[in-house]
Design a protein around this ligand. Structure first.
Ligand code: DAT
Ligand code: MG
Length: 139
């Protein structure tokens, strides 16, 4: 069965959206394979996670945001879960995320020199899912 990796980002945990996100995962019928609260995520781990973005000019606020508080990390499985979870999350930019998606319903635009507060992460391909699962769950 296909698997994907997801994060409830620091904004989601701080705003009390963990239950809301998990409810949507359960309602969709995906199976929770792993679920952990990580309260001290290192900058090094976030840099590895976002290896394709670290060189971008907009990256430093993302590193700062992602290490700003506890996050939830997990693995879910189901048919076409990678694409479905991306659909459920919605578009990266809050103003482009459709109503009914997690980001469309909850994401907040970036303030000056701040990261977009878009509540959730999901792997964008089979290759990313494998890489991210191995990175975050070393066992
Ligand atoms: P996604 O999270 O939808 O997979 P991504 O992997 O391209 O998007 O980027 C990771 C995060 O980085 C994204 O959730 C928000 C931020 N980000 C991406 N592109 C950005 C940009 N052009 N300016 C500011 N922040 C950006
Ligand atoms: Mg991405």
């Amino acid at each position: 069965m296909e698997q994907t990796f997801f994060i409830i980002k620091p904004d989601g945990v701080k705003r009390g959206l963990v239950g809301e996100v998990l409810k949507r995962i359960e309602r969709r019928g995906f199976k929770l394979e792993k679920l952990e609260l990580r309260s001290a995520v290192s900058e090094a781990l976030i840099d590895q996670h976002y290896q394709d973005l670290v060189e971008k000019s907009f990256y430093p606020p993302i590193r700062q945001f992602m290490t700003s508080g506890p996050i939830i990390v997990g693995i879910i499985s189901g048919p076409k879960v990678i694409e479905s979870w991306r659909d459920m999350m919605g578009a990266t930019r809050p103003e482009e995320a459709l109503p009914g998606t997690i980001r469309g319903d909850f994401a907040k635009a970036a303030g000056e020199n701040q990261a977009i507060q878009n509540v959730v992460h999901g792997s964008d391909s089979e290759e990313s899912a494998k890489r991210e699962i191995a990175l975050w769950f070393k066992d």
